[in-house]
Design a binder for this molecule. Structure first.
Ligand SMILES: Cc1cc2nc3c(=O)[nH]c(=O)nc-3n(C[C@H](O)[C@H](O)[C@H](O)COP(=O)(O)OP(=O)(O)OC[C@H]3O[C@@H](n4cnc5c(N)ncnc54)[C@H](O)[C@@H]3O)c2cc1C
Length: 502
């Protein structure tokens, strides 16, 4: 099988991209230098936006079976065991298929995604192969790969670096991460807690601790503890047995009968991204492109969102080589905007509050948020922000941003036929007609009464991309205007639904 895209790295992002590409009929080869999966818990949560993408690619059900799904996100004060606030994702059940968070350690996510990739006839997954050289011209990329039998060269129309924070591909492109590193060090540990049958609410925050001290249960009886470390404490002391014991006592009190530290490490946290996410025929995705603080649990999720944007673009670029450059530039602009303006901003705010604010300010912030959540609009907003359903592409060359809905993810509402938009289009582009619209010869989805929050004043046609984002809203549409907007969204690489044979 000659691959159309070579993906470097079989982490969560590389595997998701392979599945996303296969969904669009694209053959990919994933090379991975290590068969072993790191046994640290790492990214613990899959948010609703990521769930809808993984469902489109056939990976959601096995993940759901392996993890713990909850519709409620309720951080508790560790000292009093009382809820600090509660976000109920059922509040947005009318616009997402999985209103909740899936708690699952990253090693299970990666294992399941690798199994799905290995089982997909359009994907090939090779272990013990490491990318060591890269060059490209106008028609292909050549990747030097070191394997057990020496170094060989792979050629493909496109290469994607999903090879993590210290990835080879970004270095080969000459890109250095820009941004900042927070001054604090963070001690992270995976801890087994024996509680004698008592269950502790999760997540739990020690509000009275100086700096950050947080515990999240990622599997029954297994907790991630996260603690900021004061500048006066040495690296060894921060990870010493008694330092962990103090944190565990602070988070769980006397009720934790015994605990076992399974793994721990000291980290610096970053707010950094590559200056570009593409160079010619090479793209970067996931940690290879951007690093942010784990506050809010968005890092891995954001990487998987990159792949949803990239997969359909690469599929179109392979069909129409004259559009390839424009399609990849769109990826670069959109995902950098989402990373810098939305994800970094959210995680930065959460980090500053969690790490640097004094306990009194944290108490005030939780009280303020609790009060705000009395309003339905704020509850929906909290669900959307936490669930990574917000954010808008405003600078994209292929999005017509004249209407406020354009550049945003379309809410997964029920259509006139009773089925929901995402179930009906299952990761494909679609034209959604709202109100009395006639577009002969074009296959459309129909919604007589769109939600008021979409701000549609007239009968409209909405161009929905495969990644679920709105490329354009055409009020009082004609076939010519729809064709023009469709072309703007997909270059000339994708015909309007129902017109394939024309
Ligand atoms: C201790 C820790 C805790 C974290 N906690 C959280 C959290 O709570 N929430 C959250 O969202 N995120 C968290 N993260 C971040 C999260 O783990 C990453 O965002 C996520 O792993 C990114 O996935 P990726 O596929 O881009 O990169 P990676 O998971 O790093 O995968 C890259 C893959 O590429 C392979 N590779 C690298 N170089 C080459 C090469 N030259 N050739 C072939 N293969 C190569 C690697 O072996 C690896 O398998 C944490 C990370 C760490 C380290």
């Amino acid at each position: 099988m000659k691959p159309e895209v070579v993906i470097v790295g079989a982490g969560p992002v590389g595997c998701s991209l392979a599945l996303g590409l296969a969904h669009h009929g694209v053959r990919s080869l994933v090379i991975e230098r290590s068969r072993e999966i790191a046994q640290e818990s790492r990214a613990l949560v899959i948010w609703p936006r990521t769930a809808e993408l993984l469902r489109d690619w056939g990976a959601w059900e096995p993940l759901l079976a392996a993890g713990r799904f909850t519709t409620l996100f309720t951080p508790h004060d560790a000292a009093s065991n009382t809820a600090l606030l509660s976000v109920d994702f059922c509040e947005i059940a009318d616009s997402v298929e999985s209103p909740g968070a899936l708690f699952i350690p990253q090693y299970d996510t990666v294992r399941i995604l690798r199994e799905r990739v290995a089982a997909n006839p359009l994907c090939e997954l090779r272990f013990d192969e490491e990318a060591v050289a890269l060059e490209q011209d106008e028609s292909e990329v050549r990747l030097g790969v070191r394997g057990t039998n020496g170094t060989t060269t792979l050629a493909a129309p496109f290469v994607v670096g999903a090879d993590g924070a210290h990835g080879f591909v970004r270095h080969a492109l000459g890109f250095t991460l820009q941004g900042a590193t927070y001054s604090t060090r963070v001690a992270i540990a995976d801890v087994g807690i024996e509680s004698g049958g008592r269950s502790f609410p999760s997540p739990r925050v020690a509000l009275d601790a100086p700096g950050l001290l947080l515990g999240i249960e990622y599997a029954p009886g297994l907790w991630r503890t996260i603690a900021s470390v004061a500048p006066s404490v040495g690296d060894d002391d921060a990870l010493a047995t008694d330092a962990h014991a103090k944190r565990i006592a602070h988070l769980f009190g006397e009720e934790a009968r015994s605990s076992t530290v399974l793994w721990s490490s000291l980290f610096r946290i970053h707010r950094r991204h590559a200056p570009n996410f593409i160079s010619g025929r090479v793209a970067l995705a996931g940690d290879a492109a951007h690093l942010n603080s784990p506050a809010g649990g968005q890092g891995m999720n954001a990487g998987i969102h990159d792949t949803a944007n990239l997969a359909w673009r690469l599929a179109c670029a392979l069909k129409s080589s004259q559009c390839a450059e424009a399609l990849l530039v769109g990826y670069d602009i959109e995902r950098r905007e989402m990373q810098n303006d939305s994800i970094e901003r959210t995680t930065d705010l959460a980090t500053r509050l969690a790490v640097y604010a004094p306990p009194s300010l944290k108490r005030f912030a939780f009280a303020w948020m609790r009060r705000s959540l009395r309003a339905r609009g704020m509850r929906r907003k909290a669900c959307r922000t936490l669930g990574m359903l917000d954010g808008r592409y405003t600078r994209s060359p292929d999005v017509d941003t004249t209407h406020p809905l354009a550049g945003r993810r379309i809410g997964d509402v029920a259509l006139d036929n009773g089925r929901r938009i995402n179930a009906e289009r299952r990761g494909r582009a679609a034209l959604l007609c709202c109100g009395e619209v006639r577009l002969d010869g074009i296959e459309t989805l129909a919604l007589a009464k769109p939600p008021k929050r979409w701000l549609l004043k007239h009968p409209s046609a909405i161009v929905i991309r495969p990644d679920g984002f709105v490329a354009a809203v055409i009020e009082k549409p004609t076939r010519a205007r729809v064709e023009a907007m469709w072309k703007r969204a997909f270059c000339c690489a994708s015909p309007l639904p129902g017109t394939e044979g024309e």
